[in-house]
Write a protein that binds this ligand. Structure first.
Ligand code: RRO
Length: 299
């Protein structure tokens, strides 16, 4: 039974990838994720300048997930290169980048092309400002950013889409038209939590992004619609916590899966547990590879 996949011309030992934003700030964590069973890693989003992120509290724990407003903490592209120097990685490293303009995204892709096996464009941070708004909510911005990055690097480009829009397939279609090699969905859903005694929002930024089991059905629908609409691969993200969740996303058309919040809630062992569950399912249902079940629920 084959768990390995070929995505964007890259071999992954299995379809599970550590999602951006969770335990992926430094090389030791990327290596740890792989040792714990992840087939690949997406880094925390990297920008032009170092950023400290928002003040605490930056995370609210809820019964069905988390709301975060980390505020894009990152060392900037120079700090990132210094940090990664001297390491070699025996797994695919996908570098997540964010910027306020297409030129900034292109600049980052150029500077980081030597370390990245692929890029994921963060077009979807729920509170990043670009063009005076959330950059990735406008199809024309998605188009311009993907085009600019495709011109700046030969590495595969994944456009990570925001779910905070009426129809995510509009974003997927322009990403594909601009030359994206894949899309990933979803980033977090805009959300808020209020402290009823302090009578104010809990997060220092007030608004944040919701992730975890509570968003899973929304994410699954987004992936299903994208997979039905696009010809490029779709990478599924959003509340994947159990092997059954993983199988649902694969059947909905996801070619690979990213896992973030489940690592926070259940620990590093989620990768092994989910891989084992997928493998058992494939064997019991008479399949010999993960790739055979991708998109079966679309038919
Ligand atoms: O750092 C964050 O606050 C953050 C980012 Br960049 C993102 O893309 N999604 C999210 O939920 N939080």
């Amino acid at each position: 039974t084959k768990l390995s996949i070929n995505l964007l011309g890259i071999e992954f030992e299995n379809p599970l990838i550590l999602a951006s934003g969770i335990n992926d700030k430094v090389p030791e964590q990327w290596i740890r994720a792989h040792e714990e069973g992840a087939g690949g890693v997406v880094t925390k989003s990297i920008g032009i300048e170092p950023r400290k992120g928002y003040d605490n509290p930056t995370i609210v724990e809820l019964p069905y997930g988390l709301i975060n407003a980390m505020g894009l903490p990152n060392p900037g592209w120079k700090g990132f290169l210094e940090m990664a120097e001297g390491y070699t990685f025996d797994f695919p490293l996908i570098v997540s980048i964010f910027g306020g303009t297409p030129e900034e995204f292109a600049f980052l892709a150029e500077k980081l092309s030597d370390v990245a096996d692929a890029f994921e464009l963060n077009l979807s941070c729920p509170h990043a400002k670009g063009y005076g708004m959330e950059l990735g909510q406008k199809p024309e911005n998605v188009y311009e950013v993907v085009r600019a990055v495709k011109d700046a690097t030969d590495k595969p480009v994944i456009a990570k889409l925001t779910p905070n829009i009426d129809d995510i397939t509009k974003l997927g279609l322009v990403a594909e038209k601009a030359g994206a090699d894949a899309v990933s969905a979803i980033n977090t859903l805009k959300a808020i939590a209020i402290d009823i005694y302090a009578r104010r929002p809990i997060l220092s930024n007030r608004v944040g992004g919701y992730s975890g089991p509570g968003v899973k059905p929304v994410a699954l629908r987004a992936v299903y619609d994208l997979a039905r609409t696009l010809d490029i691969p779709v990478i599924g993200i959003g509340g994947i916590t159990t092997w059954q969740d993983a199988v649902e996303f694969l059947l909905a058309g996801a070619s690979a899966l990213q896992i973030g919040t489940a690592v926070y809630i259940r620990g590093w062992n989620v990768f092994r547990e989910i891989n084992e569950g997928i493998k058992r399912y494939l064997e019991e249902e008479g399949f010999s590879s993960v790739e055979e079940i991708v998109g079966l629920a679309l038919e």
